[in-house]
Design a protein around this ligand. Structure first.
Ligand code: SF4
Length: 726
């Protein structure tokens, strides 16, 4: 109504920021986006937006938009035509490929790219150039969740959806500052609790955050020392009779860390060590709080665990994921309304484009793997490339990729829609490779920490300037229309890749794509019959609805609320002899069963010691997002939080003579940072916290690049540090 007579046109779209996937209405007037409001018909956010979503339109017109292709000549960027830029990149890439082989090239993408964009990169690099050196920043944020789901349940991505929030009696928020990182989901939890006072919220997190406003119980483990708590909770759940032994018998196998099967009795023996007192000694959490948390979990009829980077960004992130899921499998709180083990995603299309679309070095589209010969054949056929082009061996994961760049084993890299010079852990270690090798950056913003190292920058269309699909945390794919023309000469990433492919000699493979829908339709054929079947989610359908949750195997299918149970097309189509009267059917090994894992309780890679006595952790604030290339351009958000700071507990600050707003030096074994101190009762004693958004106060020069051996996800969330007054 505010704009009723203003000639404004409103278009249904999706927020560009976090993985919640809120629906937005984009207000366009005179060819410009002038406003954004929440889409009241979108079931995710029901018209609400957080402050970042509210100011999204301002990002489009930021002064830092990159509007022309540029090539660095004699150390300075010069504007060039698209033809010159793409010819140059194609020539350099072909030379590198000819001289050093396909694995001397790499692609590094993003959970912010549309599925169509990642699809084109996948085809160009894995299908045509012939290298699996294709990664994306979701490796840095959710690979451990993928590993957790695969090893615990057999298939990736959550079994439930956001609809479970309003049905849950208990929330276990672990390693998640939901209020700031996933604000609209937090709002749904708060509203649900307000209407249902019996709903309980248990938080396990080393730091007090705004999420605490609604907590019934908060356990503060020392950063990285929470695995023992989860085992202790499992032990109490069994000892006090909250385990659903029939559910376990029918649906679960128990395995030791050596993958050998264990009996329930043996598992109980394994857990015997994890008394509340033992877990308390390891984690620093009072034993009685661990008992309380276990009882709340056990007593609730339904429970939803939600976690994010505090669990995933760990050298034992997969194990941590497994141990959370153990609690659900022990109590049968999975597959039922209000009960789910639910990893929250940081980026808007990390699930859609990268997990489902296969944008990592071991994956192919449709939850397929490069190591699987049948999968390679299926994909090669649809791509129209010889199957031998797709290598069976996974390429280099993110840290290995940037290490190879440092070592000169990778000589050319195409970086799309992400800012690794700032976002990699132990970031400064990887600047060498970026400086020395041939670097192409396709970006909407300039400069960024990464573009300074580029040899070529390619201006990319941003959000409302292009159409495509995003898939959010709850398996929902949503269509975004192009509602304005791109700024300057910016172009859609998918077509930049198409035209680069044609110039590199893959004309037949790429010239057929004339529209975004051409790409999406081809991708859909690769999802047909897969667990994440999207073949019914055509553009025609997606334009009509507020997204569809896969599996959605036909155009008249409503999408799937719960996986593994009745209503999941895969479950429904199982032969009767497989189901044998079962109401839930997992895909672990043996098929049909989920796995309870008896994992060791290893702590962080770099524990604190006399030299570095503080545990440093990093995270987000509500107003900013990732490396600030977007939110940093919005005056209102900048005014709210203009700079970085290090939070230190008042007791620690007093002992070190540090006052609020003092400049301090935070130092780790990898680097140091001069930054303002915020003396505040948020981190526990012995813990420091830095929000990581700013290039000027780059927290990632401090973080550690040790990674989980399974998921290869780095341990951003904890390293040892020291602090002193500057
Ligand atoms: Fe956008 Fe996430 Fe905020 Fe929703 S919660 S408006 S998706 S940033």
């Amino acid at each position: 109504p505010l704009f009723a007579d203003s000639g404004m046109q409103w278009h249904k779209s999706v927020c560009r920021f976090c993985g919640v996937g809120c629906g937005v209405m984009v207000g366009v007037k005179n060819g410009k986006v002038v406003a954004v409001r929440g889409d009241k018909f979108n079931t995710i956010n029901k018209g609400h937006l957080c402050i970042k979503g509210f100011y999204l339109h301002k990002v489009i017109y930021s002064k830092t938009r990159l509007t022309h292709p540029m090539i660095k000549k004699n150390g300075k960027f010069e504007k060039v035509s698209w033809d010159e830029a793409l010819d140059y990149v194609a020539k350099k890439f072909n030379e590198i490929r000819k001289q050093h082989g396909p694995d001397a090239l790499a692609f590094y993408g993003s959970g912010q790219a549309e599925t169509e964009e990642t699809y084109m990169a996948n085809k160009l690099f894995k299908g045509c150039i012939g290298t699996n050196n294709m990664e994306g920043n979701p490796r840095l944020c959710m690979a451990s969740a993928v590993g957790g789901y695969l090893t615990s349940l057999g298939l990736d991505e959550p079994s439930g959806t956001y609809d479970d929030i309003e049905k849950a009696e208990l929330f276990l928020l672990i390693g998640s500052n939901t209020a700031e990182a996933h604000p609209i989901l937090f709002e749904r939890i708060v509203r649900h609790k307000a209407k249902n006072p019996n709903v309980k919220i248990v938080i396990i997190d080393p730091r007090t955050t705004p999420t605490d406003q609604v907590a019934d119980l908060h356990l503060f483990p020392k950063p990285g020392w929470d695995l023992a708590i989860l085992h202790a909770m499992a032990r109490i759940i069994i000892k006090e009779g909250y385990a659903d032994e029939q559910f376990i018998k029918d649906n679960v196998v128990i395995k030791g860390n050596d993958k050998k099967n264990m009996t329930f009795e043996q598992y109980k023996q394994f857990l015997e060590k994890y008394t509340p007192e033992y877990a308390s000694k390891i984690s620093g959490v009072p034993a009685e709080d661990i008992v309380k948390a276990a009882r709340l979990f056990g007593q609730a009829k339904t429970a939803m665990s939600m976690w994010t980077m505090g669990i995933n960004q760990r050298t034992r992130g997969v194990w941590a994921n497994n141990l959370i899921t153990n609690l659900h499998l022990l109590t049968g709180k999975i597959g039922k309304p209000g009960s789910d083990t639910f990893s929250l995603t940081g980026q808007p299309n990390a699930c859609g484009g990268v997990r489902e679309g296969g944008g990592l070095c071991h994956l192919l589209p449709g939850h397929r793997k490069v190591a699987n010969a049948k999968h390679r054949e299926e994909v090669a056929k649809v791509w129209g490339v010889p199957v031998k082009n797709i290598q069976p061996k996974p390429g280099k994961h993110t840290i290995a990729m940037f290490t190879a760049l440092n070592e000169g084993k990778i000589k050319g890299i195409y970086i799309m829609c992400t800012n690794p010079a700032q976002s990699l852990p132990n970031a400064s270690k990887y600047w060498k490779g970026l400086k020395e090798q041939f670097v192409v950056v396709a970006e909407s913003f300039f400069p960024t920490a990464t573009t300074q190292y580029a040899d070529v920058v390619l201006p990319a269309a941003f959000w409302a300037e292009k159409e495509g699909v995003y898939g959010c945390t709850e398996r929902r794919s949503q269509y975004m229309p192009k509602v304005i023309e791109p700024m300057g000469e910016a172009r859609w990433d998918a077509f930049i890749l198409r035209d680069l492919g044609i110039r590199m000699g893959f004309k037949k493979e790429f010239e057929k794509y004339q529209t975004a829908e051409d790409i999406w339709n081809e991708y859909l054929t690769l999802t047909k019959g897969r667990d994440m079947d999207l073949s019914g989610a055509t553009y025609r359908r997606l334009k009509e609805v507020r997204g569809l949750r896969w599996p959605v195997p036909s155009e008249d299918h409503p999408g799937t609320y719960k996986r593994y149970v009745k209503g999941d097309p895969i479950f429904d189509e199982l032969p009767a002899e497989k189901k044998k009267g079962r109401w839930i059917y997992f895909y672990g090994k043996p098929e049909g069963k989920a796995v309870i894992w008896a994992r060791p309780d290893k702590g962080p890679e770099e524990p604190t010691d006399d030299q570095y006595p503080f545990a440093l952790t990093t995270g987000r604030v509500l107003e900013h997002w990732h490396t600030n290339t977007m939110t940093g351009t919005v005056p209102e958000l900048n005014r709210a939080v203009p700079k970085a700071y290090v939070e230190i507990n008042p007791e620690d600050a007093k002992a070190l003579g540090i006052a609020n707003k003092d400049q301090v030096i935070v130092e780790t074994r990898r680097g140091k940072l001069k930054i303002e101190a915020r003396v505040i009762n948020r981190p526990e004693k012995g813990t420091l916290f830095i929000p990581w958004h700013w290039e000027e106060w780059m927290a990632n020069v401090l973080t550690i690049d040790a990674f989980d051996p399974g998921s290869k996800e780095p341990e951003y969330k904890v390293c040892a540090a020291r602090i002193k007054k500057a």
